[in-house]
Design a protein around this ligand. Structure first.
Ligand code: PRP
Ligand code: URA
Length: 209
């Protein structure tokens, strides 16, 4: 069963409060999502392997460390996942980026796939699938299924806010995938929205609606 990590870093929690606030406008919402994504990337990369190196400083030789050539890939789920990509790339600029386009049918709440484009070597990469919202879990389950079908075998899921129902669905469908969150909320409402959540992440990010 995949593990669930909730990042309790004060900066993440502080910024999340403003992200949730219904009075936060699109510009600020977008900036905050970007900042929280960077902070979450900082936490999620804690276990990257290091190698020993030597480097010449202006004063002498230092025994130091570099990340040991791990290949990473980011896979935002369109649209809302896009809002987190740049924040993560600020810390991991060499990561390749794939895209999975899904929307949730408003009647059935089931995900409908409309676009997939992934780096050609995904089987060699540790992939982070990204979406701010993990609600029923349908989109994340489908996106992970989609990247696995194309060869991915080392996957993490990074979301901002989750409902318990969504976490359970991902754990059931993909027990090999660990989940990284900024908050685990209470429940879903009858329309499949996370309560209290932050509303419609895509609409708030892109100013649609
Ligand atoms: C939202 C969100 C997730 C999905 C979560 O996307 O960004 O992808 O819903 O819901 P689920 O866990 O119940 O599947 P939406 O379908 O609204 O598309 P959008 O990002 O293009 O607005
Ligand atoms: N998608 C969102 O953007 N928000 C929710 O609360 C649920 C799904």
């Amino acid at each position: 069963m995949g593990k669930v990590y909730v990042f309790d870093h004060p900066l993440i929690q502080h910024k999340l409060t403003y992200i949730r606030d219904k009075n936060t406008g699109t510009k600020e919402f977008r900036e905050l999502i970007d900042e929280v994504a960077s902070l979450m990337a900082f936490e999620i990369t804690r276990d990257l392997p290091l190698q020993d190196v030597e480097v010449e400083t202006p004063v002498g030789t230092a025994k130091s460390k570099l990340i040991a050539g791990k290949k990473l890939g980011l896979v935002p789920i369109l649209r809302a996942g896009l809002g987190m990509v740049d924040g993560i790339l600020k810390l991991i600029p060499a990561a390749k980026v794939g895209h999975v386009g899904l929307y949730r049918d408003p009647e059935t709440l089931k995900p409908v796939e409309y676009y997939v484009k992934l780096p050609s070597d995904i089987e060699e990469r540790e992939l982070i699938v990204i979406d701010p919202m993990l609600a029923t879990g349908g989109s994340a389950v489908e996106a992970i299924h989609s990247v696995k079908k194309r060869g991915a075998n080392n996957i993490k899921l990074m979301c901002l806010v989750a409902a318990p129902e969504g976490v359970e669905e991902v754990q059931k469908a993909h027990p090999d995938v660990d989940i990284y969150l900024a908050a685990m909320d209470e429940k879903l409402n009858y329309k499949g929205y996370i309560v209290p959540g932050l509303g419609d992440a895509g609409d708030r990010l892109f100013g649609t609606k």
